[in-house]
Design a protein around this ligand. Structure first.
Ligand SMILES: [Fe+2]
Length: 315
């Protein structure tokens, strides 16, 4: 049952006005808003990718992935922990199956949501490298504005039972390992970066990542933006608007993304990324030690153990 995309996140927020301000500054567009929720969409031709629901307390409510065929949704409904297929009561329609992961996190597999048409965004900047000049007599003046979010790219989860959850991600979502992380012994893996088995000829190095921590929860959701200048200008924009930075700008090792992490108003971590690696579905996984060098190639200092601890805790 290989999923073909990551679809959306659903979170509860106590103040939808503040959530709308943050996610608009973060570079998403409001798809619709009603008394119960705000739905945000990316610029690419996709459905909504983030839902902020009005609630008395903050919380994580769904991690949704797309099945491109209805037959895959039907197959998902056969898993013992799965709900029946139910209609999605949101603009865009579609159907879903709900599944609870071994760690108790709420997953959804969705099918048939009508995408919003693409929104035009600025093209990637043409760079003059040291040895290759591609721009002659044209100036590099990208405007200061929110970094347009093109699509939702991945989710990172924390687990205290890696093996069980890793097997579940493989069997329920068809995810495959790109890099498997271990402490001392390769036979004792602690984490993994996983790509989509059904995502096309080339797919993101990771659509889901699993890292160890005592308390299972979401670490962050990550959204793709155009280029390094979108990263820098988007950072500047969020900073000037008074939002709280987490960590960035830097470049990861596994997946290679240029990253920038922020706290949303509910204390959840969200990431802007650009220039991530692609892998072929089913390519041989790498094995890598989970050490101080594994988190980033360059950027502000951060120990993996401290990065993990920053993730929001909700009931
Ligand atoms: Fe990430």
């Amino acid at each position: 049952m290989p999923i073909t995309d990551i679809a959306y996140a659903v979170y509860d927020h106590t103040d939808l006005d503040v959530a709308e301000r943050f996610y608009t500054d973060f570079g998403l567009k409001v798809a619709y808003r009603n008394d119960a929720e705000v739905a945000f969409r990316p610029a690419f031709e996709r459905g909504y990718c983030y839902i902020a629901r009005k609630a008395d307390r903050p919380g994580m409510r769904a991690i949704a992935f797309t099945a491109s065929e209805r037959a895959d949704l039907e197959a998902a409904a056969e898993f013992p922990e799965a709900s029946p297929i139910t209609p999605i009561e949101r603009e865009g329609g579609g159907e879903k199956v709900m599944l609870t992961s071994p760690d108790g996190l709420p997953f959804e597999i969705v099918h048939g949501i009508t995408p919003y048409p693409a929104i035009a965004t600025r093209a990637a900047l043409v760079l003059n490298n040291g040895s290759v000049k591609r721009r002659h007599g044209e100036f590099q003046r990208a405007p200061l504005e929110p970094a347009a979010v093109l699509r939702l790219g991945h989710v990172a989860l924390l687990t205290n039972d890696f093996k069980r959850n890793y097997e579940w991600m493989k069997s329920r979502l068809g995810l495959l390992p790109s890099d498997i992380m271990y402490d001392d012994d390769k036979n004792n893996p602690l984490g993994a970066f996983m790509h989509m088995g059904g995502g096309g000829e080339w797919t993101d190095h990771h659509t889901l990542a699993l890292f160890p921590d005592a308390e299972p929860r979401v670490h962050h959701f990550s959204f793709e933006i155009e280029d390094l200048d979108a990263q820098g200008l988007g950072h500047e924009w969020l900073q000037r608007r008074g939002w709280k930075p987490v960590w960035g700008i830097g470049r990861h090792v596994y997946g290679s993304q240029i990253f920038d992490y922020w706290f949303d108003p509910a204390g959840n971590i969200v990431e802007h990324f650009t220039d991530g690696d692609l892998v072929r579905p089913g390519s041989q996984p790498g094995y890598c030690p989970m050490d101080e060098e594994s988190l980033f190639a360059w950027g502000p200092g951060m120990r993996p153990v401290d990065f993990v601890r920053l993730a929001a805790r909700h009931e």
